[in-house]
Design a protein around this ligand. Structure first.
Ligand code: ATP
Length: 375
């Protein structure tokens, strides 16, 4: 197995102004996107957002309506799929049922007239940890194992880019999780570019170095999983990747890189200016966001013990459910009707039950700001 050199740029994927229209419907708006050689890149979005169409334009299975596709230095926009240095793994992995696993993987080599395939196929089966299964037929393997055969079959042709279209979609949750780690390991080992399409945010976050969140034919935000989670730039991204609590507020003043906002009944909230994607002129409307697990909950009687410098809002517990690692609370508050808080079960306060008056508080560094006018 050739491990691709990270300094080789043959596996860069570069899309410039690529778009796809069907009649008057635009499935993908003109898009510029660069995927560097050797990265694990995910196209993430809800059904119909254009992620598969984008992938198919890279593969050559769909002719773009405008724009160009480059793989490395080579323009491939009008090349048929088989002339591109890419291979695609689909959700329906369509193995040849009458051939054993070895022959399924050897197929691409044999078709190219290569006679001595043994070593290459064995190495590839070892890579996907199916060395022992070589002489079995596809129906004798589990779904996850069959999917690994499909990956091996695609990799044996030494593509510079592997495209994966919801490859784990048919697997149950547990197997899906195992395969996510497995695919990540394989990608790290072979070092080629993987472009992975999924609607599952957890899957994209687990596997990819870079995620492009797509919405209605556009890339809404591009970044590392942590960046997208901690600094969402739009309400769509904030809500698509996990849960976020959003509070409407108005810019009041600025001090030392922080924005101070007025949030109705909540009083003042502080937001680092660097974490705000909205205009920050005084009087501007900002949606102040905070993730549920960043919030602490204190009974109103003990509000005096909350350290200075934390953002705080008052509320009343509407609901709570114990889910083992944490307790999830829904809080009624004047600024956010269904504020969600996930509290770890340390120092559980027996008084934190529905009806209790509480103060929610968090470190301002965990606050992000979105443009209220865009939402
Ligand atoms: P899914 O996860 O459901 O596959 P997706 O994000 O991959 O969704 P695409 O398959 O890229 O979405 O489709 C984007 C939009 O383009 C959809 O609204 C779809 O109905 C439309 N579309 C796709 N192919 C065609 C076609 N051949 N003719 C007309 N419309 C199409």
């Amino acid at each position: 197995i050739t491990v691709t050199n990270k300094t080789d740029h043959g596996g860069d994927v570069r899309l410039t102004g690529i778009s796809k229209t069907y009649g008057s419907f635009t499935a993908v708006h003109p898009l510029d996107l660069t995927v560097p050689q050797g990265s694990f890149f995910a196209l993430l979005g809800a059904s119909g957002c254009g992620k598969t169409t984008t992938l198919r334009m890279i593969a050559g299975l769909e002719e773009p309506s405008s724009g160009t596709v480059f793989l490395g230095d080579q323009e491939v926009t009008h090349l048929p799929p088989y002339k591109r240095p890419v291979n695609t793994v689909f959700q329906s992995y369509a193995l040849f049922p009458h051939l054993d696993i070895f022959e399924n993987v050897a197929f691409g080599l044999r078709r190219r007239g290569i006679k001595s395939v043994k070593k290459q196929v064995e190495d590839m089966l070892d890579l996907v940890q199916l060395g022992e299964q070589a002489r079995k037929k596809p129906h004798q393997l589990s779904g996850g194992q069959q999917q690994r055969v499909a990956v091996a079959r695609a990799l044996i042709n030494h593509p510079k880019v592997l495209l994966l279209d919801e490859p784990l979609g048919a697997l149950d949750l547990k197997l899906r999780r195992q395969m996510q780690l497995e695919l990540k390991r394989i990608q790290t080992e072979v070092g080629i570019t993987f472009v992975h399409v999924t609607h599952d945010q957890e899957e994209a976050m687990t596997m990819a170095d870079t995620v492009a969140v797509m919405n209605a034919g556009r890339v809404e935000q591009l970044g590392s999983p942590t960046d997208l989670y901690e600094n969402p730039q739009t309400t769509f991204v904030a809500n698509f990747l996990g849960t976020s609590n959003l509070i409407e507020a108005e810019v009041d003043s600025k001090t030392n890189g922080d924005i101070v906002l007025k949030a109705g009944g909540a009083g003042k909230l502080v937001l680092p200016e660097a974490r705000c994607s909205a205009p920050t002129t005084t009087g501007g409307r900002v949606l102040v966001g905070v993730r549920p697990e960043k919030i602490s909950l204190t009974h109103a009687d003990e509000a005096g013990e909350i350290p200075e410098g934390r953002n705080r809002i008052t509320g009343r517990i509407a609901d709570s459910s114990f889910i083992g690692v944490s307790t999830q609370y829904v809080i009624d508050s004047p600024v956010c009707p269904e504020f969600e808080v996930y509290a770890q079960n340390i120092d559980r306060d027996a008084r934190l039950v529905p009806g209790a008056e509480v103060v929610l508080h968090w470190n301002p560094a965990h606050t992000f700001g979105l443009d209220a006018a865009q939402s």
